[in-house]
Design a protein around this ligand. Sequence first.
Ligand SMILES: Cc1cc2nc3c(=O)[nH]c(=O)nc-3n(C[C@H](O)[C@H](O)[C@H](O)COP(=O)(O)O)c2cc1C
Length: 726
Amino acid sequence: MLKYQFDLMCHLIRPEQVISITIVDNDDTPDQSKLFFSKFDIRQFINLRSYAIISSDQSIFLQLDLLCQFNHFQALTLPNISQTYWCLFGSHVETIIPRLRKLITNQHPITKPLNNLRYLTITHCYCHNLEYLFRQMMMLRSLNITVSLDMFTDWSKKIPVMNHLRRLTLGIQYGRLTMSRMNQFLSKMPRLLHFELRIDDPMDVIGDEQWTRWSQHSNADIEDANDIISGHQWKYLVPHLQTFDFRFCLLNRSDEKILDSFRSTFWLEQKQWFVAYDDYQSPPCLFTVPRFAPKNIIYSSDYNTPWCTSSNLGLDQFVDVLTLPKFRPTEQSAAMQSIHEETEKNEKKPPRLLLNVEDYHQRAKEKLNKMFYDFYSTGSDDQLTLIDNQIAFRRIKLRPKVLIDVSSHSTVDSISCKTQLFNSTTISFPCIIAPTSVHRLANSEHGELATVRAAVACSTNTGASISMESIANEHRRYIKEKYPQSYSQLWFQIYVTKNRNFSKKLIERAERCGYKALVLTVDTCEIGNRECDIRNNFSFPDGIRAENVINENNILAKTYRQLQIDPSLSWKDLDWIRSITSLPLILKGIMHPDDARKAVRYGVQGIIVSNHGGRQLDTCQSTIEALPDIMAVIRECNYQMDIYIDGGIRRGTDILKALALGARAVLIGRPILWGLTVDGEQGVTNVLAILKNEFRVAMMLCGCQNVEDIRKNNLLVMNDNIRSKL
Ligand SMILES: Cc1cc2nc3c(=O)[nH]c(=O)nc-3n(C[C@H](O)[C@H](O)[C@H](O)COP(=O)(O)O)c2cc1C
C-alpha cells in the first residue's frame, strides 16, 4: 500500500464503527503499526471485538491492557508476543482473557479456567503441559496446537475428556507419535468431526535404533511407528470423522507400495479420502489430497509427479507456482531465445485505450519525468485533501429520474448544456480550465498555447510558461481561424506579490490583452508544504521560465517557491484592485461560508470554491462538501454571483453533482495537464471531450433535458457531511 493510500484509509476510518483490527508489520510494511497508532489511540475503537497484532515490534503490546475497557471484546491474536510482554499483559488476565472466545498466541496463556474460550490456537506447547491446558478450557470447540512430544510423558492418558471439541489441528513438531497414544488422545474427544494431523519431525518407518531404545524404555509397541503410516490402522480410529487430513514427513524414501494400505474401499469409496506420496520433497512425505497437495513445484530432471491412491486425481491441478530450471544457452536455445524475444516484441500488448481521465493520468505518469509528475500530481503534507477532493464526489449518490424524453442529447454536439457566465458569455459546456502553472513541463514545445487552443474557457495563470500576451494572441488567432462561432474566453489568474506595483502592471497587461475576468487567488498567503517538491529539489529545467514574471527580478525563474506572494493581502485590498481594473473579479480559494458572505459584501462577480487542488492547506475540507454551505449563504443574501468549484473533478458525474448543488460551472486542473502531456492540444481536446460525453450520458440517465433540470430534479442522495447543510 502506498503512503497516500494508507493515509486515505486512515482518514476514512471512523473508530467507533470498527469492530476488528489486524496490525501487520512485516518486511513489506515496516513500522505500519507505529504509523497507524500515530493517527489513532486504541481507546477510540470503543466497539472493538477482535484485535490481531502480527508484529515483532514488542512495544505495541504495551497497549494490550487498554483492551479491558471494551465491553464487546472477545478475540485476540498475538502470534509473536515475547514472554516478557506476555507476563506484563498477564497482569490483566483477570479482566481480559476470561472474556475471550477466541485466542491465538505463541505463549502458554493459562492461569485460570477459561470457560468462555471456544477457539484456541497455540503455536507451541510441550506435551507435559497439555493436561493442564485442557483442564483450563473444557468448553473448547476448536483447537489448533503444535506440540513437542517426549517418550517419557504419558501425555495422552492424562488429558480430560473434551466433550465439546469438534475440530482439532495437531502439529507434532518434535518427537515420535505412536498409534496407541493417538488412539488414547482421540478417545478423549468423542464428538470430534474434523481432524488434521501434521508430523513434521521425520519418521523412520523402517525403524531406527534410537526409536527402538525409546520405545523399549516406555513399554510402547515398536510396531506403533509403522502403524502411523498405515491406512489399515487409521481406519479404526477415524471412521466417525467428517474430514481427516494428514501430512507425515518420512526420514527415508519409499516406493509406491507405501500407499497400498490407503487404497481400501474405506478410503477410496466410503470416505473418498485420497492419499499421495511425494519422494521428491525433502523430506519425502505422505499426505492427503487436496489439503496437502504441493502448490509450489521446483521442477528438475529427476522430478516425479507424486504417486496418489487415485490415478483420477491429477495432482497438477493444485499447483499454483511451477518454477522451471534455467537452461544454459546452447546455440540452439540462444536461437530459440531470440525467436522468443522477437515474438514477444511483436506480441507486445496494444497500448491501453485512453477512455477516461484516469487513463490519461496513467499514460502521463509513464511519460513525465518524475520531478515534473510529482510537481503536477501531488498535494501538501499528507495529501489528504488532495485525495478527499475526489473521494467526496464518490460519496454522493445519484437518484435518477426516468421516462423523460432526452433524445435531444443523443450526440455530444447536440447536448444542451450551454451555460451562461456572469459576464453574459455563454459557454458550450460548463467546464473551465483551471489556472495551473508551467504547462511547458508537460509539453515543452507549445505549453499553454496548446492548452488554450483546446479550451472552452480557460484561466491563464501568473505562473504560465508562455507570456500572457502570446497566449491571448494565439487564442484570438485560433478562434478566428478555426472556430469563429466559439465563445471561448480567457481569464487571468493573479497572485498579488509584495511588490504591488508589479501586480498592478500584470492586471493592466491582462486587461489590455483582452482577458475577460480577473481571478484573484486568495488561498496562498504562503505556499503549501509540498514535500515531494522539496525532496525532488524541484526547479524548472533550462529554457523554461514563468514568463509573466520574468521582468521582476526573475522571481519565478527556478521555482515557484521564490514567488514573492504578499501575505498581507486582505479584504480591503479588493478596493485597490477594483481601482486598477474594470474586469469582473472572481475570488479563487473560498471555502468558508463567512468568506462567501464577505465576498457578497464586496460585490465580487464570482467565487471559486477551491482548496487549490489539495496543494495548500492539508486536511482542508473537500470542495464538494464545502459547496452547500456556501450556496446557502449566497441564496440567503439573494445576490447574483457565479459560484464555481474545482478540485477532484474526474468524471462527467462529478460535474453533474457540482451543478446539482448549485455551481454554475466547474474548473479542472490536473486532467488538463495529463491530456497535454500525453498528446498536446489533441490530448487536452480529448480529455474535455471525454468529460463532455460522460456528462452527456449522466444528464440523459438522470432525465435532465437541460442544465436547469440538473438543479431542479433533486437528484442527489447525500452523505451525512453534506445532508446536514441542505
Ligand atoms: C500543477 C498545478 C499548478 C497550479 N498552479 C496554480 C496557480 O498558479 N494558481 C492558482 O490559483 N491555482 C493553481 N493550481 C490550482 C488549480 O487552479 C486548481 O485549483 C486545482 O488544480 C483543481 O484541482 P484538480 O487538479 O483536482 O482539478 C495549480 C494546480 C496544479 C495541479
